[in-house]
Design a binder for this molecule. Structure first.
Ligand SMILES: Nc1ncnc2c1ncn2[C@@H]1O[C@H](COP(=O)(O)OP(=O)(O)O)[C@@H](O)[C@H]1O
Ligand SMILES: [Mg+2]
Length: 324
């Protein structure tokens, strides 16, 4: 059965204006997401994951500018919408969970009141009691004791704060949740339980999820499909198993080398040497070429196209590892 497409991102490019010049943080990124589907986004720190996430909700900071592209939610391009026209989409249809819950929670208000406020902004007809009851439900659902509703953010542990931020993201009953490294910075056991919570909520509520992490092992557990980002561009996209067993892009392979379950008859490449590039001055051609063990002359000269290898497997590489 063909799944219904919920989100379609087309040729998205985003820049930050800085005193030193323009930072090319996202460049020509395209992907689709079906309703109810989970997509993992992997890549080293600084490769543009957060910029991509913020662009989808049009929450970029002042210096950020979307140069080009479309972000279609259910067929509506969000990018040309006025701020007012954006209101029914942001938080209501697409919500985001930030890496740091303090980006969602205000430090001086009670956590429960903040969730109630979000609920009211969605549905003004809710009475205070109804909103409190719904907030308590959301708390219970995300694993926070509803008795903590009247606490302040600083009274919550890091894990509990992140759960409250998840409750806030779910308050609008969104069709799509973007989770931007929601467990990074928490201790490992808490990370694991929050990860499982998000996955189980996603399944239960049937929402679509974009799960962003620099940790490929986490993504392997969460996402059936995976997008690998390098220096602002997508390197590869496809079913996770396919990416693991038949990586096309040498960068994908390099990311996976550290992943213990992977040992197959693959062309082995050495672990990734060198630093991620400075996006103020991105490398010519394929942005990965200076670090790529398989680079050819053309790689420095021309940007590789986004090629369809069939079965939903895409890569941008002049010298793919396992081109069928
Ligand atoms: N507000 C900003 N102003 C200028 N440059 C920024 C800003 N935010 C991020 N960047 C730059 O954009 C690039 C992508 O950053 P980001 O999207 O945060 O990556 P990631 O989330 O993958 O770590 C990096 O080079 C980063 O330094
Ligand atoms: Mg980030």
């Amino acid at each position: 059965m063909e799944k219904e497409t919920l989100l379609k991102v087309e040729n998205l490019s985003v820049r930050y204006a800085t005193r030193a010049g323009d930072v090319s943080a996202v460049d020509d990124v395209s992907f689709d997401l079906a309703r109810g589907e989970v997509l993992g986004v992997a890549g080293e720190s600084g490769c543009g994951k957060t910029t991509l996430a913020l662009s989808l909700l049009r929450l970029l900071p002042q210096s950020g500018r979307i140069l080009r592209g479309r972000v279609l939610l259910d067929g509506t391009d969000l990018l040309p919408l006025s701020e007012e026209a954006m209101l029914p989409f942001r938080w209501r249809r697409i919500a985001i969970i930030f890496q740091d819950a303090m980006n969602s929670l205000h430090p001086v208000y009670r956590v429960g009141d903040q969730v109630c406020e979000v609920l009211h902004s969605r549905d003004a007809s809710l009475s205070r009691r109804q909103a409190r009851a719904r907030a308590a439900e959301l708390f219970a659902m995300t694993g926070v004791d509803p008795a903590m509703m009247d606490g302040y953010p600083h009274e919550f542990s890091g894990g509990m704060r992140q759960r409250a931020a998840i409750a806030m993201a779910l308050a609008g009953n969104p069709e799509l949740v973007v989770a931007d490294e929601p467990t990074t910075g928490l201790d490992v056991i808490v990370q694991d339980s929050i990860l499982r919570e998000i996955r189980s909520l996603q399944e239960r509520l049937g929402m679509s999820l974009i799960y962003i992490s620099h940790d490929i092992a986490v993504l392997a557990e969460t996402s059936r499909r995976l997008a690998v980002m390098y220096a602002g561009r997508l390197a590869e996209l496809g079913e996770s198993v396919e990416l693991f067993d038949h990586s096309l892009h040498p960068y994908t392979r390099a990311l996976l080398v550290s992943f213990p379950k992977l040992h197959g008859p693959l062309r082995r490449i050495s672990p990734l040497a060198g630093e991620p590039p400075d996006l103020l001055h991105p490398p010519s051609g394929c942005r990965f070429h200076p670090r790529c063990p398989l680079a050819l002359e053309i790689c420095a000269a021309r940007v590789p196209g986004w090629k369809d290898y069939g079965g939903g497997h895409y890569a941008a590489c002049w010298n793919p590892m396992e081109a069928a």
